[in-house]
Design a protein around this ligand. Structure first.
Ligand code: ADP
Ligand code: MG
Ligand code: MG
Length: 885
């Protein structure tokens, strides 16, 4: 087996197609080398070695050592330096890299190969003592932290103490001698905190670092990230060993990060940051605030900005960088996120990958690239992650609303959010679990904070740029984020923020505007999103490809209107019970339930009928000729029972009876497990008057709207929770009788459908005979999930997360359809239903209708439509298009 793949000097053994084997970073380093871009030479140890490592008790294949030696010798030759040679030492970085980028998950070790002798040699050879000792101390610090597990805080403390002793403010105030002394101090810290001293032999250092990279695949935060992003354990990471280039060799050297287009807005402009005389992660770590790349960005930062751009201070290198941008975009045909270093005026490329972007940017880039001819319109449709659209479909701050602006930071990730201030990730997670909206406030974030960032509505940091950890992760998660709000003074001990003479404490409300960078005190009202422009262009392209129709689950005029604006092609599920709970109706509903006989029920239902009819009239009007599926009453009557004294008194008064007699009847109606109880079509079996009233209301409303608009109105009457054909046949007969009677009395014509929800396993199996009596099936996958897995949604949170964590379930079946069980039943029901009635209309109306994976499943089964909540309609449209491509 080939375990090691070399790259550099204009050629490479690997390439971008080998991402699985070489990891994303290694595959792209190889690709860039082949493209002729300036890449320091190196080699990649494949992910196969990682797999071998974990399958063989953390040992390596026997022939790995020889392969590494050979690849290293090749690097030595290309660079003209030797590993461990004091006269001309080769230094390398050791970098992890999985198939998909896992930001900040695994730490890179830089300057490996330095020891007491090679450091002295480097000083002599470079003629720069300070550079050599600074590099060495960085190496000890990183190596001790990442490989040996010595807390990096100990080293930072040593630097602080040293600075205080010298009355120095900045790291840059320290000279060669200072760093030399700190190197000694650092080695002592290692000796004091570890059972072995800091290794002096470069080969030991190298194998230590390689082992640490493979080992880091199984550390907690890497596991958490994988779980959050559904990345399989088996993939493993590769290890990249690469000759060092130095951004810390003085004023003509620098290190930086860039995006080939703006990752927040998607505009085609130079976007990025760099730091002169710095190394590696200095830019992202937020230790010094970096400088912008382009003059334009520097000017935008304000007239008083003392941060000159790269365009100004290194015009030559800036030009080279723009050429690289161009080359990478034409080659990869996508926006790239790159890392580079400038060593004494020469540009070196250290990484490229498809850049993470906000939903807004994803749309803009996809649409622009199609217009530029770089990709096709169909490809553009595949470039936007459907679930990402969520970010755009949610409200932004009302520009007209008053804002009490506390301060302004960097607009790191767009959107707006209000919530209570919390200071730790754990606190964010806890409060979010209790249903609170929280804003996570940190000096800067690190991978340890990821769970809190996921739980928070927004993230606010006082330090770090547009490419800081907080910014990158927030954009990926779709959280709004304001970073680098430097005037905030965050005191974790007292749990307060002071800023411009004001003090906020934990629990106070703040609002973030991730699009402007503003931080406001209190809550600011929000506005509906803008749905024109790139969004509607891409949606049009998507609609050309999709086969599935997309409907919405709505029952109020407001939501229905929103659903239409989002492109819903009808209502797939109107839950009539939501109308029953309204304050002015609940008394009549209770009167109906508590009535002793059919006459009592009829009297109460007559009060409800005009109200229901009014509701349906509005929905039919908004949906203007599109299909509207109305589900007849479904929830257990139990749910409508009065509880409070006052509630009983109100109903009693309306019915002209004693409250006491009602209480007795209510006792009778109580159920132990109402979700499996007296609900759905079972209500119609015992109290047929209810569905009769609802049918009357629906048909009357449809006739009314058809009359006034001249449009065809096609109501679809849906009967829930059937488990067999006899049940449906009997209820259908009654519903049909009422419908016919109302239509006949009106003297007009009206088409309507009668169908059923398929949400019980028995109904799936009996779908063949049920189809005899149904014009359509709508899969109610929420109940079908509960009844198939035997899990009640309301209690599942106690154990479902453990199932997912332990890998007993790959995902939460209430979020994404359980293909193996529920999906199988849907398949059977569709087949059997169609065998009876080939043109039976099939749809799904559970929460799953808005989940991209489940939508793809529905496409494969050839269903006619999916139906989901209004805000997820665009997600379903895009997912349906992608499923069809
Ligand atoms: P991450 O995956 O966290 O981005 P990287 O492996 O990309 O980690 O390393 C982080 C940074 O270290 C790079 O952006 C670069 O600045 C620096 N670095 C890595 N390898 C080298 C190298 N060979 N020479 C100079 N700097 C390097
Ligand atoms: Mg990187
Ligand atoms: Mg149901």
């Amino acid at each position: 087996t080939k375990w090691v793949y070399s790259f550099g000097d204009g050629k490479a053994e690997g390439g971008r197609a080998m991402r699985d084997l070489l990891g994303g970073k290694g595959a792209n380093l190889a690709e860039m080398a082949s493209l002729g871009l300036p890449v320091p030479p190196g080699f990649t140890i494949s992910t196969d070695v990682c797999t071998y490592f974990y399958q063989n008790d953390r040992t390596y294949p026997a022939d790995l050592e020889g392969a590494v030696e050979a690849a290293l010798a090749q690097v030595e030759q290309t660079v003209g330096a030797r590993f461990g040679d004091p006269a001309k030492p080769l230094l390398v970085s050791v970098r992890s890299g999985a198939r998909v980028s896992m930001p900040g998950m695994m730490d890179t070790v830089l300057n490996l190969g330095l020891n007491d002798e090679t450091a002295a040699g480097l000083a002599q050879q470079s003629g720069d003592e300070r550079f050599a000792w600074d590099s060495y101390r960085r190496f000890i610090q990183m190596y001790a932290d990442v490989v040996m597990g010595v807390d990096h805080y100990l080293f930072e403390e040593a630097i602080e103490i040293h600075k205080e002793g010298k009355n120095a403010d900045l790291d840059t105030d320290l000279d060669a001698d200072d760093w030399k002394q700190l190197v000694e101090a650092f080695k002592k810290i290692v000796a004091d905190n570890h059972d072995r001293p800091f290794p002096q032999d470069p080969k030991d250092q190298l194998w230590g670092a390689i082992g640490a990279v493979f080992g880091s695949w199984q550390i907690d935060r890497a596991r958490t990230y994988r779980r959050l992003h559904n990345i399989p354990e088996e993939w493993g990471t590769a290890v990249n060993v690469q000759a060092m280039v130095f951004g810390n060799m003085g004023e003509t050297s620098a290190t930086g990060v860039a995006f080939t287009r703006n990752p927040s807005t998607g505009e085609r402009e130079v976007y990025g940051e760099f730091l002169v005389n710095a190394q590696g992660e200095d830019v992202v770590a937020g230790i010094r605030t970096p400088q912008p790349l382009s003059r334009e960005a520097a000017e935008a930062a304000g007239p008083g900005s003392d941060k000159p751009s790269m365009e100004e201070v290194m015009p030559g290198v800036y030009g080279q960088l723009l050429d690289v941008f161009e080359k990478l975009e034409t080659h990869y045909r996508d926006m790239q996120d790159i890392e580079f270093t400038v060593q004494e005026g020469k540009l070196w490329m250290l990484q490229t990958r498809a850049g993470k972007r906000t939903a807004k940017a994803a749309l803009r880039i996809a649409v622009n690239m199609a217009h530029e001819g770089l990709i096709t319109e169909t490809e553009a449709v595949t470039r936007v992650e459907p679930s990402q659209l969520d970010q755009l479909l949610h409200p932004t701050l009302d520009p007209a609303a008053p804002r009490d602006v506390l301060t302004k930071g960097l607009p790191a990730s767009p959107g707006a959010a209000s919530g209570q201030v919390v200071f730790t990730a754990d606190e964010a997670e806890e409060k979010a679990k209790q249903g609170e909206n929280v804003i996570l406030v940190r000096v800067e974030t690190s991978p340890e904070d990821i769970h809190g960032m996921a739980a928070a509505r927004g993230i606010l940091t006082s330090r770090g740029g547009m490419t800081s950890h907080a910014a990158v992760v927030a954009r990926g998660m779709g959280r709004c984020c304001v970073s680098g709000a430097g005037s905030l003074h965050i005191d974790i001990k007292t749990r307060t923020i002071t800023c411009n003479g004001r003090t906020l404490k934990a629990g106070d409300l703040v609002t973030l505007d991730g699009t402007t960078g503003e931080v406001m005190v209190g809550e600011v009202p929000t506005l509906k999103p803008e749905l024109s422009g790139d969004f509607s262009t891409l949606m049009q392209w998507a609609d050309r490809s999709r086969k599935l129709k997309v409907r919405a689950n709505t029952d109020t005029p407001g939501d229905t209107q929103t659903a239409r604006e989002f492109g819903a092609e009808g209502i797939g599920l109107c839950r009539t019970e939501h109308m029953f709970f309204e304050a002015d109706r609940i008394i009549a509903v209770r009167q109906m339930i508590l009535a002793r006989d059919a006459d009592g029920r009829r009297a109460a239902l007559e009060k409800l009928r005009p109200m229901q009819r009014g509701d349906f009239v509005e929905l039919f009007r908004i949906m203007a000729g599109l299909p509207v599926t109305i589900r007849l009453l479904d929830p257990p009557l139990h749910e409508f029972l009065p509880h409070e004294e006052q509630e009983f008194a109100d109903v009693a008064e309306a019915m002209g009876v004693e409250p006491e007699s009602l209480r007795w009847r209510a006792k009778e109606l109580e159920e132990f497990n109402p979700m499996l109880g007296h609900r759905g079509c079972r209500l119609a079996v015992t109290y047929p008057e209810i569905y009769e009233m609802q049918t009357r209301a629906i048909i009357e409303a449809a006739l009314e709207v058809a009359q006034e608009s001249g449009q065809t109105v096609v109501p679809e009457i849906m009967i829930p929770l059937v488990f067999g054909d006899k049940e449906l046949a009997s209820i259908r007969k009654r519903v049909e009788a009422v419908a016919q009677e109302v239509i006949a009395a009106s003297g007009h014509k009206l088409d309507y459908l009668i169908g059923t929800m398929i949400e019980l396993p028995r109904a799936c199996l009996q779908a063949g005979s049920i189809a005899d009596h149904a014009d359509f099936f709508s899969f109610g996958t929420n109940d079908l999930t509960q009844t198939t897995l035997g899990i009640s949604r309301d209690d599942a949170s106690r154990f479902l997360p453990a199932y997912v964590e332990q890998g007993l379930l790959a995902y939460d079946p209430f979020v994404s359809m359980d293909r193996a069980g529920v999906g199988e039943l849907v398949k059977i029901a569709a087949e059997r239903g169609r065998a009876t009635k080939p043109d039976i209309k099939l749809g799904i109306c559970g929460e799953h209708g808005g989940d991209p994976q489940s939508v793809a499943f529905c496409h494969r089964q050839g269903l006619d439509y999916v139906s989901c909540s209004a805000y997820r309609v665009p997600i379903a449209r895009l997912a349906a298009a992608q499923a069809a491509l």
